[in-house]
Design a protein around this ligand. Structure first.
Ligand code: PHE
Length: 357
């Protein structure tokens, strides 16, 4: 029995893998295994002999079984160590920066504008890009047959044959969001609404889809003076300069009275667009005091509330700030253009932390 013990314990110690261990287990403990055969011999022994040999055999069985188990887990540990060594990696190495793409200038500028107006107490409002005729026109004091409807070069949605209701439109401006915001929140209110708008137009400074940011501020005593201050303050923060030259031009919109358009001084020399110098002016927004009929249409009492609104071209102010001369390139998805004019994707603009890093 001692010979058997020595033989198997040595074999187990020498086994190099689990397959070999299984062979050993079968040779010792299998039905035809050596230990099993010895067990069978117990039957031919005298009771006295059996009393000695039985427990000894059982002890041998236990010993081999636990040696097998110990070796098996040692082999598994060795395999794990080997894997850990082979797959080792140094987590203290500096990361390998992976390009995640860049932020489009329109997204960047929308974030910048939102940060600046948030700082002045304006919340962000939203409306759909497919808008009803009423929100896009009627509620804004542009009745059917009003000449302003033609000026908007509207894209109309298709109608079912036989449906004589006015078709929905791709919103031609963000001004319908004024109405939706007033209906939702009433007055007083201070909101901006950035988003896509659509008009049939295409040249160096026009594309059929472009972006505006609408602003609406209503209270009991808001005046044109507040409008002017907000715009000047916005331009100082946005263009990151002390002085930007703005030109207020008297204008007309059906939804404001009085109305003004605002231009910014710039130059276009040698295919370069520069702000704050030169003899050119770029129109960046339309504005005015909200027309009483518009307040009324949105359920706000014009005898109690008044205020200003404006709609600014996001793409226009992006061109001005970042010197991008052609608006059409904004929407061509040319990767070289996006890499050149794009912004780091994880830098959130804030007024205190910096707008345009
Ligand atoms: N909706 C006007 C446009 O798109 C701009 C505007 C907005 C003018 C608000 C006045 C007040 O041209």
């Amino acid at each position: 029995m001692d010979d058997l013990r020595q033989k198997y314990l040595n074999a187990i110690a020498d086994a190099a893998d689990e397959g070999k261990l299984e062979e050993i287990r079968l040779a010792a403990m299998g039905k035809q295994g050596e230990v099993a055969l010895k067990m069978r011999e117990l039957g031919k022994m005298t009771p006295e002999e059996r009393q000695v040999a039985g427990p000894a055999l059982n002890a041998l069985k236990d010993e081999i079984t636990s040696a097998l188990a110990a070796k098996k887990s040692a082999l598994a540990d060795a395999a794990l160590d080997e894997r850990l060594r082979a797959e080792w990696l140094d987590v203290t190495l500096p990361g390998r920066p992976r390009r995640m793409g860049t932020l489009h200038p329109v997204s960047q500028v929308t974030e910048e504008v939102t940060a600046i107006f948030a700082d002045m107490g304006f919340a962000v409002a939203e409306g759909p890009q497919i808008e009803s005729d009423w929100y896009n026109f009627d509620a804004l004091n542009i009745p059917p047959e009003h000449p302003a409807r033609q000026e908007h070069d509207t894209f109309f949605m298709a109608r079912e044959a036989g449906d004589n209701r006015p078709p929905h439109v791709l919103r031609t401006h963000t001004s319908p969001v004024q109405i939706r915001a007033m209906q939702l929140h009433g007055a007083p209110i201070r909101v901006i609404a950035p988003g896509r708008v659509y008009r049939m137009d295409m040249d160096q400074t026009h594309t059929p889809m472009f972006h505006q940011v609408e602003a609406l501020a209503l209270d009991r005593d808001i005046s044109m003076a507040n409008l002017k201050w907000v715009l000047e303050e916005f331009c100082r923060a946005y263009f990151e300069v002390d002085q930007v030259e703005l030109r207020f031009r008297a204008s007309h919109f059906p939804f404001t009275e009085p109305s003004a358009e605002v231009d910014i001084r710039c130059s276009w020399t040698g295919g370069q667009l520069k702000i704050g110098e030169g003899d050119d002016w770029m129109e960046i927004l339309g504005s005015g005091m909200v027309h009483p009929k518009v307040l009324q249409a949105a359920g706000v009492d014009p005898n109690e509330w008044q205020g200003f609104a404006f709609g600014m071209g996001i793409d226009r102010i992006a061109m001005l700030k970042y010197g991008i001369p052609d608006l059409r390139a904004f929407f061509e998805s040319d990767l070289r253009w996006l890499r050149h004019y794009g912004f780091a994707a994880l830098d959130m603009p804030t007024v205190h932390g910096g707008l345009s890093r």
